[in-house]
Design a protein. Structure first.
Length: 462
């Protein structure tokens, strides 16, 4: 019984001692459980953040891919629009050249018509002169004919007088007549005087007849000369008239040709106007696509920036630190590269197309951007030509300016800048450049201005 009571007391004492220990053990287990739950919650939160960051990164990757696809699609559209624009420009130029050629031919025909009309006026003047000469000759012939008629009348009158005298002499017998003259004379001297006088009258009348005949011959000679002149003038008039008719025919034909050329010119002008309207439409489409292309480039650059930010957030979530504490170091895009002579000239031509008037500093800066892209992992292209010919990146290449400069050879300053950046020299680590106005438009800050260009590493704050 005692022993039993003692055992009971011992058991009771032990139980009383164990009770606080049980309470302590229970409280410790609860604390451990709470810590475990907190850690689990943090881990779950971290995993959720990582998952969200990864999803954001995946979305950023997808957005960049979509932006690249849009950029490539627009690049093809811009090329097609540019090709159509160039084609329309060529068509318009051809139409304009045709119009210029037609107008040139029309001007030549007009000049020929003017010359013909001037010649016709000259011929008409010659014809008028010939007609005046013919008229004067006809008047002269008519006067000579009258003069000849008077001379003939005078000759006839003189001849009739002489004939009567001779007839009177024969009818009265020359011996009787002489006898009567002798008898009726008061002296021998008077007789001889009368005989001589009578003989002088007869000689004078014969001379008058000869003079009249000579005068008639002279008049006839003049008349024949005038008639020959009249014939010659008539032939000359006929020749001139024929020449005038021929010239009038040529003028008529030339006027018809001129009218035809004017019709062709009107059609050509209509073609030029139509091509000009189409050209303006192509320009409008091209400019609209260029604006879309610029926006697509901005979208791509922003997608790259968003992708980088998503990577920072993913690393922050993975490391369990604030995003601000995650530093993504800039790439080291410096260093020399191996380039062929053609690649150097291609780079120099691009530098000249983009910065020919920007001085050597501006040229070196443009070359730095191109070489930084060659060395950067942010761009799929890893050669000079690939970077320059990438879709929607360098408008000077898309427009054909680079090829034109390359064909004639870039200048020495741009060649020097190209060789310098190939050898490893850089003005900065920029990956982009545009005008400051566009940089401000897209909200880019912290850019570096060299010449007329703003250079920056990333879109947004630099």
């Amino acid at each position: 019984m005692k022993f039993r009571n003692v055992c009971a007391c011992v058991i009771l004492s032990v139980a009383m001692l164990l009770q606080p220990m049980q309470t302590f053990a229970t409280e410790g287990d609860a604390t451990t459980q709470t810590a475990t739950e907190d850690e689990a919650a943090k881990e779950a939160e971290k995993e959720a953040a990582k998952k969200a960051a990864e999803e954001k990164k995946a979305k950023a990757d997808a957005d960049r891919k979509a932006a690249e696809e849009q950029n490539n699609n627009l690049s093809q559209q811009v090329k097609d629009a540019e090709s159509q624009l160039n084609n329309k420009q060529s068509q318009k130029d051809a139409a304009q050249n045709k119009l210029n050629s037609i107008n040139g031919e029309a001007d030549k025909i007009s000049g020929d018509i003017s010359k013909l009309n001037k010649n016709i006026a000259g011929v008409a003047s010659e014809i008028s002169t010939a007609e005046a000469n013919i008229s004067q000759t006809e008047e002269d012939i008519e006067a000579l004919e009258k003069e000849l008629e008077e001379a003939k009348k005078e000759e006839k009158k003189t001849y009739e007088t002489l004939k009567k005298r001779i007839a009177f002499s024969y009818e009265n017998d020359s011996k009787t007549s002489i006898f009567l003259t002798l008898v009726s004379s008061n002296s021998l001297a008077e007789f001889f005087t009368r005989v001589e006088y009578t003989s002088s009258i007869l000689d004078y009348e014969q001379k008058l007849i000869k003079d009249c005949q000579a005068k008639q011959a002279a008049i006839q000679e003049k008349a024949e000369a005038l008639e020959a002149k009249q014939t010659e003038l008539s032939k000359q008039k006929e020749t001139l008239s024929a020449k005038k008719d021929e010239m009038n025919s040529l003028v008529e034909s030339a006027n018809k040709s001129l009218d035809a050329k004017k019709g062709e010119a009107a059609d050509a002008e209509a073609d030029v106007a139509a091509y000009e309207a189409e050209l303006q439409q192509c320009k409008s489409t091209y400019q609209s696509l260029q604006a879309s292309q610029a926006q697509a480039q901005a979208n791509l650059a922003q997608a790259i920036a968003a992708q980088e930010q998503a990577e920072r957030e993913r690393l922050a979530a993975e490391q369990g630190v604030p995003v601000e504490q995650v530093e993504v170091p800039r790439e080291n895009t410096g260093g020399a590269v191996s380039a062929s002579e053609y690649e150097m000239l291609f780079l120099a031509a691009t530098i000249q197309a983009e910065a020919d008037n920007q001085g050597y500093a501006g040229q070196l800066a443009v070359g730095s951007v191109i070489m930084n892209r060659v060395m950067s992992n942010k761009f799929a292209q890893n050669s000079i030509i690939e970077v320059i010919t990438a879709p929607n990146q360098f408008a000077s290449y898309s427009s054909g300016m680079v090829d034109r400069i390359l064909a004639r050879g870039p200048n020495e300053s741009c060649k020097a800048a190209a060789q310098a950046v190939i050898n490893g020299q850089r003005s900065g680590d920029w990956l982009f450049f545009m005008t400051p106005a566009w940089a401000d438009h897209f909200g880019i800050t912290g850019y570096t201005v060299i010449g007329d260009h703003a250079f920056f590493y990333k879109w947004g704050a630099n």
